[in-house]
Design a protein around this ligand. Structure first.
Ligand SMILES: Nc1ncnc2c1ncn2[C@@H]1O[C@H](COP(=O)(O)OP(=O)(O)OP(=O)(O)O)[C@@H](O)[C@H]1O
Ligand SMILES: [Mg+2]
Length: 367
């Protein structure tokens, strides 16, 4: 099937709703591509246009060298798995999985063989005689997967397939889908709200907002090298701390100030003065009890301690508008309502202009 290409893709629902616009994207054969973005940003609409369930208002979709805008869904060789599975309630698991082949008049022996084969692939072979109402959420989701697998499509489109499952099952199914992708070597396009799912499954992540693509990149590119404040804020749990303030110059040095927070910048900094948002991830703030020793240390008060085991989250009042969250080693004994000093890893600071765009840094002045 080769690649799937979206060229200037656009979808309007009436004059006031532009669900998708200016979407240009090439999905490589065999790639695992994950769409993420806030509710209503156009993920499902994009998937439905690729599948042929929604007609684009503009632009083109190519599968391989063939434009498919006018090709009906059944001829696109694409398998769909959606969040609401719509299994036939009165049919057994066997008949649900075998429904497609039956409609296509596959011979019964071959059909039985194929149903059993895909049921084994997703580990539901013992359930074939059950009805959907007798299945757990995870089992039902496997049936939905099997029903798509049996059609042997060239590409799988999965729209939040795991969002109805509890956390543990999600992880199990996530590993299952990952394994399936690796063994089938087919193209997977996957929509999720869950950033952990996106990070772990994706070859590349597409971050969408308001109908357009903000950034496309590998999980680590998206995490470490976000192009703007929106992407930076979207990935990370807890999210990146964002401090609205200003940069100013005093002598040779550049400083950042926000409320009572006033610090000399020593790492790579953008050549910028004036309003700016400084971003720092929780894991890049070091915290020690009591007063700091160095000029780079800043005082804060511990407003809340959340021990998570491996890490502990500290919510810190530093005299600015919001609190900072620091993630420190779980062995560190820092108590609620005590004075601490914090130090930012200056190599890991991000700077965003007032319009949200990332300000690129150059090697900083000697610290
Ligand atoms: N059939 C429709 N008629 C009118 N508007 C629609 C229709 N389908 C989607 N929309 C609108 O298009 C926009 C994008 O919707 P879409 O379902 O693609 O979002 P999404 O990113 O999948 O969101 P979610 O994460 O909530 O599933 C929304 O503003 C939505 O209200
Ligand atoms: Mg959706």
């Amino acid at each position: 099937m080769a690649t799937i290409r979206l060229i200037n893709l656009r979808k309007e629902f009436g004059p006031d709703t532009v669900a998708v616009e200016n979407t240009n994207l090439t999905i490589e054969e065999g790639e695992f591509l994950v769409f993420v973005g806030p509710s209503g940003c156009g993920k499902t609409t994009t998937l439905r246009m690729i599948a042929g369930l929604e007609e684009p208002s503009g632009g083109e979709i190519y599968i391989g060298e063939i434009p498919v805008n006018d090709l009906e869904p059944g001829k696109r060789d694409i398998g769909l798995v959606f969040q609401n599975l719509a299994l036939f309630p009165h049919m057994t698991v066997f008949d649900n999985i075998g429904y497609g082949p039956k409609v296509k008049k596959m011979n019964p022996d071959e059909r039985r063989r194929r149903v059993e084969e895909v049921a084994r692939t997703v580990h539901i072979h013992p359930l074939l005689s059950k009805l959907p109402g007798q299945l757990s959420g995870g089992e039902a989701q496997r049936v939905a997967l099997a029903r798509t697998l049996i059609t042997d499509p060239q590409a799988f489109l999965l729209d939040e397939p795991l969002s109805n499952l509890d956390a543990k099952l999600r992880k199990e199914m996530r590993a299952e889908i990952d394994g399936l992708h690796k063994s089938l070597r087919k193209t997977f396009i996957y929509v999720t709200h869950d950033q952990e799912e996106a990070m772990t499954l994706a070859d590349r992540i597409v971050v969408m907002r308001d109908g357009h693509i903000e950034q496309v990149g590998t999980p680590l590119e998206i995490y470490h090298d976000p192009i703007n404040r929106f992407v930076a804020d979207f990935f990370g749990s807890p999210p990146m701390n964002l401090l609205d303030g200003e940069m100013y110059r005093a002598g040779e040095a550049l400083y950042f100030r926000a409320g009572k927070f006033d610090a000399r910048l020593s790492g790579p900094v953008p050549d910028h003065e004036g309003a700016v948002t400084l971003g720092i991830r929780p894991e890049h703030i070091a915290v020690t009890s009591g007063k700091g020793e160095k000029e780079a240390d800043m005082g804060a008060r511990v407003a809340l301690v959340e021990p998570l085991g491996k890490d502990t989250l500290l919510y810190l009042d530093y005299g600015g508008e919001s609190r900072l969250i620091a993630a420190v080693d779980g062995h560190q004994d820092i108590r609620h309502d005590t004075q601490v000093s914090m130090r930012f890893r200056h190599d890991d600071l991000y700077f965003f202009a007032p319009d949200g765009l990332r300000l690129r840094t150059s090697p900083g002045p000697p610290g």
